[in-house]
Design a protein around this ligand. Sequence first.
Ligand code: HSE
Length: 436
Amino acid sequence: MDSVRVGLLGLGTVGGGTVNVLTRNAEEITRRVGCAIKVTHASAKDLSRERICDISAIELTTDSFAIVNNDEIDVVVELIGGDTLAKDLVIAAINNGKHVVTANKALIALHGTEIFALAQEKGVMVLFEAAVAGGIPIIKAIREGLSANKIEWLAGIINGTGNFILTEMRDKGRDFADVLAEAQALGYAEADPTFDIEGIDAGHKLTILASIAFGIPLQFERLYHEGITEISQEDVQYAEELGYRIKHLGIARKTPAGIELRVHPALIPEKRLLANVDGVLNAVVVQGDAVGPSLYYGPGAGAEPTASAVVADLIDVVRNINCEPQHLIPHLSFQSSSLSQEPILAIDSIVVPYYLRITVADNLGVLADVTNILSSQGINIEALIQKEPRKAGTAVDVIIITSKALESKLDHSIAEIENLDTVIGNVNRIRLETLG
Ligand code: HSE
């Protein structure tokens, strides 16, 4: 075989990056693989748009189905995104016996089960390294490098846009909306940026990570996700005073009762490496029973970092192209017949410490009322700050760090605290993760 022919669906940021990496590193890649990998065809919505790559040797079309139905193409790379058209194209490509590489986390998180079953039936590969944490080879690390371990938990910053926003808010005191607009202009944010800030994008990625870590089916519908829109400048500063940073974390943890699968803002001790992952960078800590904790860090978005993962998958496809399907690495790391049915736990059954910001009238006995409510639920206070009122008689912020508590008990306490006449507005609660 002289070369493997690739059809690219989507020629935007990641598509352009993929062409550039394949072209620039063609010699190295051929030395690694034993034959050339060539993008021969590509589809794009608007053929007249300016590109970041040289497309002179690529046959272009607006019809993506013409590519998945083209007999000359060996591998289809899906970079369109979304889970409707992209799904139809990937299913058609597999039905046509083509291998697929995709960077599409929503597609895998929502439809991976169906896609992998079809791929197995047709004896083709579907690889998706770029779907999680951009250029960090976290799928390969968990699926292959850590396959000797029982994975106990993993926690990650897996959305670059959200991390960029929280970093800029902390470092420069910038406004949420202003930083989000910059992330969009830089091409980090999803087409619908609510996916970034509401934890949906991170949820898709966490769904995939949890499946390959624990050998469970993909279950995005059972994941808990909470966004970063309620994080205020005050929270960022109070957390800092207490020795913590606020990060938007994806956490998957195996417990005797089931699996925690949750994305939400979290306070983490500032000395943890994860607390110091800034800007658009991503990082994932994986705790394995044999290896202990290991950290994977790098760029989670952007043209060439994502292309790095796409091209690595293409290389894997070509290296394994003559392999008997039953000898390929299972899509979700575990044999599909051996996936476990452990339940995904509801968020109110988790047990973690909490940060609470309570705005109260500066009256005698308010603090006692709040602490009595917490103690009546058996919730201990680990740290407490009461700010001086800016003017005598005005509202003050009370910041509390609790010991570990069952979330349903904390919910109950928060409802009671919010009912006090002296408490103004809602209690802001942020979960705390020691990552120990
Ligand atoms: N919108 C995503 C992010 C892109 O900000 O991380 C990479 O998946």
